[in-house]
Design a protein around this ligand. Structure first.
Ligand SMILES: [Zn+2]
Length: 216
């Protein structure tokens, strides 16, 4: 089983990645974690990407491709995996295709978690999180309202809207997502690898539909 998971912020991608890892015993591969690890170990690559990560910028494709290629050519090369956040662009997909061919790692499927932008905005912009950094509990004005409006159920601290959850931030990230991902999905569609999954369902239903789409 070798999967690529694609979905916008707010699609529940992280949750489904975790379930796939547990269910199939896969290795989870995320480039964000790989970069944080390189920064933590203070490698040459870590020093190169740290300023970009600190500023919230996307790391350029050639660097991302290199770090993935290094992993798949290493002694700990994963044979069965779920990729979350890579490939993110068409050019990354082309580089990854070449690497997979060299390393004899055909993909099983590309899971596309499909959700309308307006639904993502509705989901994320309703988030209210505890302003106490030691707590950080999050609520949702519609899906999971706190008992007292504007106050954390757990510690009584006022709830705030985080910068990441502002509507303008969400719309900007969705714009970036579509700009990068639409061409990537077209590419994988031509290879008949894409399985479209309705991501507006509950996590349990989404996971069951993924298993069905994989013929499991
Ligand atoms: Zn709290």
């Amino acid at each position: 089983m070798r999967l690529v998971l694609v979905g916008p912020p707010g699609s529940g991608k992280g949750t489904q990645a975790e379930r796939l890892v547990k269910h199939f015993g896969l290795t989870a591969i995320g480039t964000g974690a790989m970069f944080r690890d390189a920064i933590g170990r203070d490698t040459a690559m870590g020093r190169q990407v740290k300023p970009m990560m600190d500023q919230g910028l996307l790391v350029p494709d050639p660097i991302v491709n290199d770090v993935v290629a290094e992993l798949f050519r290493s002694a700990v090369k994963p044979e069965r995996f779920v990729l979350d956040g890579y490939p993110r662009t068409y050019s990354q997909a082309i580089a990854f295709d070449a690497l997979r061919t060299q390393e004899h790692l055909p993909l099983t499927a590309v899971i596309d978690l499909d959700i309308a932008d307006e639904e993502v905005v509705r989901r994320i912009s309703g988030r209210r999180c505890c302003s106490n950094p030691a707590c950080g509990a999050c609520f949702h004005s519609a899906a999971r309202p706190p008992k007292a409006p504007g106050t954390c159920d757990l510690c009584g601290t006022p709830l705030i809207v985080r910068d990441d959850d502002l509507e303008e931030t969400i719309r900007r990230r969705l714009g970036e997502f579509h700009k990068n991902t639409d061409a990537l999905l077209d590419h994988y569609r031509k290879l008949n690898l894409v399985r479209d999954i309705d991501a507006t369902q509950t996590p349990d239903v989404i996971f069951a539909n993924i298993l069905k789409a994989l013929g499991q």
